[in-house]
Ligand binder design. Structure first.
Ligand SMILES: Nc1ncnc2c1ncn2[C@@H]1O[C@H](COP(=O)(O)OP(=O)(O)OP(=O)(O)O)[C@@H](O)[C@H]1O
Ligand SMILES: [Mg+2]
Length: 490
């Protein structure tokens, strides 16, 4: 068994441990099971400090010959044993009378081995495994109390072709409460990149030709023309996303109609947040005062318009239903399309939070993802051209950069104008018409406010400036409204 000091050393310095988790006074072993001789499956809890009580799943490699135990993620034997156990199904008893329950999709005994896997940072641990010759992901969850629903969602979505095929999962069953906490899942590796990859390539290939292209056309036509090679795939990805929402509602629903979206409550929260943010944003010396004033004026006007909409007799805010819940551009895989990292907030009509979710949240998440993406690319490109830093160009996109010479202001304006038209065209192709429906507008406003609050809390004026750029465009109503109705059918 691992000693307290060893456990402490392992957790406090672990790269995945959150800041508040690191501040625990100590870490206590809550329960454990032995996965044969391959690993000790430990459940530990932070004691004291801001994360007190939070529980973590820590598989540990205890096989002799080394001075210090290490996390078993580094060891092939752990992954092989966990995956084989998952595929076979069954239960491991834990020391405190709980259980680790494995369930597999079946399919017989297959050969399992670990493959090299290069990928970016993520909060959980992912490894690539070959099962019977087919690449799979073995994902383990670090934190027990995050309400992880991904394994169940993957299992329920099996066969839709929208998400990677589920092969099995395992969960800790708490002996005191009987609740299940997912520890790991095994699912098919999906080839291909997130949709951000071809988009970045496309936009970056536009910049070197910008001056030449602008001689022959306005920023809008330059952007539209440059996106032509991606049009079909963006439309296809959009149809795929709409199909995903239909399948998700089918698989999670029980045939009863979707209840009304709790719009009044959500709007009241947005109003409250907007009032809270006003002082903080106005007080931020990094942000141009006039743009801040105008942005808050626009957000207040949007709240008032939504309230009027809510109070209209007979108004009904359609559009509720389950959603992905954490949709970044990189979670929408491309070529062939697939959705990964599902985080649906509520997975059954009987579960809490079911009425307060909507596929439009995903639409808004991608829309905002595109807004950050295009503004970031434009700020970077303009900074290179003007030889200033990109915070200056980002803020300049808000107030026109009055301190710069007119020729430089023109460069800034041009780059951002093309990037803005490019983004609108991507949004149009991918997400269909900019619905002016009140629920989409409410969800957009809520997300904008959430992100503005986050950007203040983390002192990110560069990103807050992007939020303000888009707050200023609120109320333009139906902007980018669709010209080509065939784009929008699922
Ligand atoms: N089935 C899959 N096929 C291919 N790549 C995958 C698959 N699942 C995950 N990945 C890769 O691993 C990365 C991390 O996966 P994922 O987003 O599920 O992890 P996470 O720990 O939940 O991340 P986050 O901290 O962002 O929530 C993905 O962005 C993707 O690059
Ligand atoms: Mg995730």
């Amino acid at each position: 068994m691992i000693r307290d000091e060893e456990l402490d050393a392992l957790l406090r310095t672990a790269p995945w441990m959150s800041e508040d988790g690191r501040k625990a006074d100590r870490y206590a072993r809550v329960d454990h099971a032995e996965l044969g001789s391959a690993a000790l499956l430990l459940v530990v809890a932070a004691v004291g400090g801001p994360a007190s009580g939070r529980r973590f799943f820590v598989p540990v490699d205890l096989r002799g010959g080394r001075d210090e135990p290490r996390e078993a993620h580094a060891v092939d034997e752990f992954h092989t044993a966990a995956v084989l156990r998952t595929l076979a199904g069954g239960t491991l008893r834990t020391a405190r009378g709980g259980a680790v329950e494995f369930r597999g999709a079946g399919g017989g005994v297959r050969e399992v081995r670990r493959l090299p896997f290069e990928r970016g940072w993520s909060s959980n641990a992912l490894s690539l495994m070959e099962i019977g010759g087919v690449p799979h992901i073995h994902k383990t969850y670090r934190c027990l109390d995050d309400g992880v629903r991904e394994p169940d969602l993957l299992r329920l979505m099996n066969g839709t072709g929208r998400t990677p095929q589920w092969a099995g999962d395992y969960a800790y069953v708490d002996p005191a409460s009987g609740t299940r906490h997912p520890l790991g899942v095994v699912y098919r590796y999906a080839p291909g990149d997130g949709i951000d990859v071809p988009l970045r390539q496309n936009l970056r290939s536009l910049w070197p030709a910008l001056s030449r292209l602008l001689k022959d056309g306005a920023p809008e036509s330059v952007a539209r023309r440059h996106l032509r090679p991606l049009e079909d795939q963006l439309r296809e990805a959009g149809r795929f996303l709409r199909g995903f929402h239909t399948d998700l509602a089918d698989r999670l629903g029980d045939g009863t109609p979707q209840p009304a979206y709790p719009a009044a409550e959500q709007l009241a929260q947005a109003e409250h947040r907007l009032a809270e943010l006003h002082g903080r944003t106005t007080a931020d010396p990094a942000l141009p005062a006039r743009a801040v004033r105008r942005a808050f004026h626009a957000m207040n006007a949007e709240v008032a318009a939504l309230r009027a909409e809510l109070e209209r007799p007979g108004a009904s805010w359609t559009g509720g239903g389950p959603c992905h819940g954490d949709l970044h551009l990189s979670h929408l895989l491309w070529h062939p399309p697939a959705l990964i990292d599902l985080s649906t907030p509520s997975t059954a009509p009987t579960a809490p939070g079911w009425p307060a979710q909507s596929p439009l949240e995903d639409v808004v998440a991608l829309q905002r993802g595109l807004e950050y993406f295009a503004a970031d690319e434009a700020a970077f490109e303009a900074a290179g051209r003007l030889e200033v830093d990109s915070l200056e160009t980002m803020l300049g996109s808000l107030d026109g950069a009055p301190h710069l010479p007119a020729a430089q202001q023109d460069v800034l304006r041009q780059v951002f104008a093309v990037a803005d038209h490019w983004r609108e065209r991507v949004r149009e192709l991918l997400l269909g018409p900019a619905s002016d429906g009140p629920l989409r507008r409410l969800l957009y406003l809520r997300r904008l406010l959430h992100e503005l609050a986050y950007n203040h809390a983390h002192t990110r004026p560069y990103h807050a400036a992007i939020d303000l750029r888009h707050a200023l465009r609120l109320g333009e109503g139906g902007r980018g409204a669709h010209r080509e109705p065939e784009d929008v059918r699922p």
